[in-house]
Write a protein of this length. Structure first.
Length: 243
């Protein structure tokens, strides 16, 4: 099992905090987001990492080399990060993914129990979902069928139909990963569609209704988690979260 951590974005909504620092290196309670993320993943027994960096990537690479020098890791640079989205960063990892993997962006403050619960889930493909979250138009939301399969995963999901918020941490089998990268090859190499959220690719697989490659919901509502996109998110993380 590998861990893919995407950390390429500009984080414009967090300016001026990110004027000179990439978002993942922002301190929350004495430890930055990236360090917390790596610690959480290591605590669950995963020690094989792929990082995709972009904005101020030299700072991230220097930090990784200083504090995690013995870690098994591949560091990739998304040089055109200002003109593409996380689907492109994920696509960049294609040649380095050798097994099943967990996927997450680097701007999530979360309890390690979320990763453990995902790994323990009986389903090979699962997304961590907060089913008690107060939902709004900006969140990635999911709809579910009677077997807890995810049928939609996007910001566009009708609030009245949503079963919860996808918090941005997923577990995929090697087989599901192959399907992800096939679709991303078409989108990026043929259609030149580089500015898209990777959930659009997940939805394309979901729409096939192939139970072998279904994506299920793992309810992680009992754990603390926040995606830090704005100054308000950052302040909330500093004052309200006890992780």
């Amino acid at each position: 099992m590998q861990a893919i951590i995407l950390a390429a974005g500009l984080a414009k909504r967090l300016r001026p905090l990110t004027d000179t620092t990439p978002k993942c290196l922002l301190d929350v309670g004495g430890k930055n987001l990236l360090h917390r993320t790596i610690d959480n993943i290591l605590s669950c027994g995963i020690n094989d990492f792929i990082f995709v960096t972009g904005y101020r990537d030299n700072m991230i690479k220097e930090y990784l080399n200083q504090y995690f020098a013995g870690l098994k890791m591949i560091m990739l640079t998304n040089n055109d990060y200002s003109n593409n989205n996380n689907s492109y960063s994920l696509w960049m990892t294609k040649e380095h993914v050798k097994d099943g993997f967990i996927l997450l962006d680097s701007d999530i403050l979360f309890d390690a129990g979320i990763v453990k619960k995902l790994l323990d889930d009986k389903h090979d493909n699962s997304a961590a979902v907060n089913m008690k979250a107060k939902l709004d138009e900006e969140q990635i939301k999911v709809t579910l069928d009677g077997e807890n399969r995810i049928m939609e995963i996007s910001k566009e999901v009708d609030l009245k139909l949503a079963g919860g918020e996808s918090i941005g941490i997923e577990k995929f089998s090697h087989e599901f990963g192959i399907e992800i990268f096939k679709i991303l090859d078409r989108k990026i190499l043929v259609e030149n569609n580089v500015n898209e959220f990777y959930e659009k690719t997940f939805e394309e697989i979901i729409a096939r209704n192939d139970k072998r490659n279904s994506l299920y919901c793992t309810d992680v509502s009992e754990y603390e988690c926040i995606e830090i996109d704005t100054i308000e998110d950052y302040n909330k993380a500093q004052t309200e979260f006890k992780i």
